[in-house]
Design a protein around this ligand. Sequence first.
Ligand SMILES: Cc1cc2nc3c(=O)[nH]c(=O)nc-3n(C[C@H](O)[C@H](O)[C@H](O)COP(=O)(O)OP(=O)(O)OC[C@H]3O[C@@H](n4cnc5c(N)ncnc54)[C@H](O)[C@@H]3O)c2cc1C
Length: 407
Amino acid sequence: MAREKVVEHYDVVIIGGGPAGLSAAIYAGRARLKTLLLEKSLIGGLATYTNEIANYPGFPDAPKGEAITNLMKEQAKNMGVDFKLTAVSSVTLEGEEKIVETFRNKYISKVIIIATGGRSRTTGAEREEEFLFDKGISFCATCDAAANTDKHVVVIGSGDAAIEEGMFLAKFARQITVSVMHDEGIMDCNEIAKQAALAHPKMKFVWNSVVKRFEGDDYLKTVVLKNIKTGEEIPVDCDNCFEFIGYLPNSELFETQLPLTKHKYITVNEKKETGIEGVFAIGDVTDKWLKQIATAVGDGAIAGTAAERYIAEKEIFDEKIMQKEKTGLIYVYNAIDPESRNFLTEIEAIEKSNCGSLVVNRIDTYKSNGLALKLGLEKLPAAVITKEGKITEKIYDLSTALISSKL
Ligand SMILES: Cc1cc2nc3c(=O)[nH]c(=O)nc-3n(C[C@H](O)[C@H](O)[C@H](O)COP(=O)(O)OP(=O)(O)OC[C@H]3O[C@@H](n4cnc5c(N)ncnc54)[C@H](O)[C@@H]3O)c2cc1C
């Protein structure tokens, strides 16, 4: 018989313990939200795969990625965040109670923050696994270009990312050999990037080629390319190899519930909100321009803060604004609009004349738009009448007589 899953309740469940998830955990924990972070392999995420992080502000000695993310973890723990090392196997995002399931547990949460990151596509060539990350095969020019000063590097790919990153590498490296699978002169990047790369004195191209094999002892020494038309093997001795053949966001768990871009990234707005209320997404799993630790932790700060605001507004909305005891009048206005501000006097008069039988709430959208959005208003200012916790009228042509007649 299948074992019943243990049910636990949280304010915030964060899926993924990379820099984005850890930062969100620090902010959510500090806001005194009951927070759980779930990580399926290593706390610290992709950043733990590198021996030297030279561009994360505040760490001039370029420590190991793990050293930085361990501090983030400690900080989150100090804020009271719970950690569990387990993979999330399914989620239910719609509805007030979000559900996150692992092998043994079912977590019910007010908010879910998705921080599952992604992975670089690899070539699948022979012995590739032996040299990944710190052993000679890299996926990030921003991270590793400076370490390749005066070196010979091989770049795999000819899309926009490959050529853009290759041009950046050319500022440091002595020579760049670019492996392109197409016929001479055909590349996947835009025309301007292509012309600049073809004209660059440090860039050399091997057309019609794919990687056959990686060779070396403890560290990569040779990338053996293969001409796909003739079958000829072309060994290229080098110091490092950069693969830029695509990036795969870890978004499979969410693809039937959230809208994704054609490359499977989750789209979010400025507050890291997805299309579903109470569900946020951050870091490399989202459609963003720069995938780095600094931007991941920025995303986490925003989502942790937005989650706190969402929960607080929801509580006010459910308990105060949509109260069931009396008839309700909700006046939604913008304090910087004089006309809508002036109508507050009329609202006060209505409140006085219905003293004891009416609950009046005033929502200034200049301070926060979230509550107004929940009311589904077409324009502002507006007066909303509620009876037994349900909206009965939305009034846009404001007059004391009209509002009073609907109470
Ligand atoms: C080799 C390498 C070197 C790099 N060097 C630098 C550098 O020098 N400077 C820099 O700023 N950036 C660097 N980066 C980029 C940086 O590491 C990433 O941009 C950053 O880690 C993204 O953070 P994230 O939290 O969005 O995702 P990730 O770090 O990818 O973390 C996502 C986490 O989610 C977990 N997860 C996924 N699915 C599930 C699931 N179903 N259940 C539970 N957990 C799940 C994963 O196991 C992972 O730990 C480097 C990347 C690599 C690969």
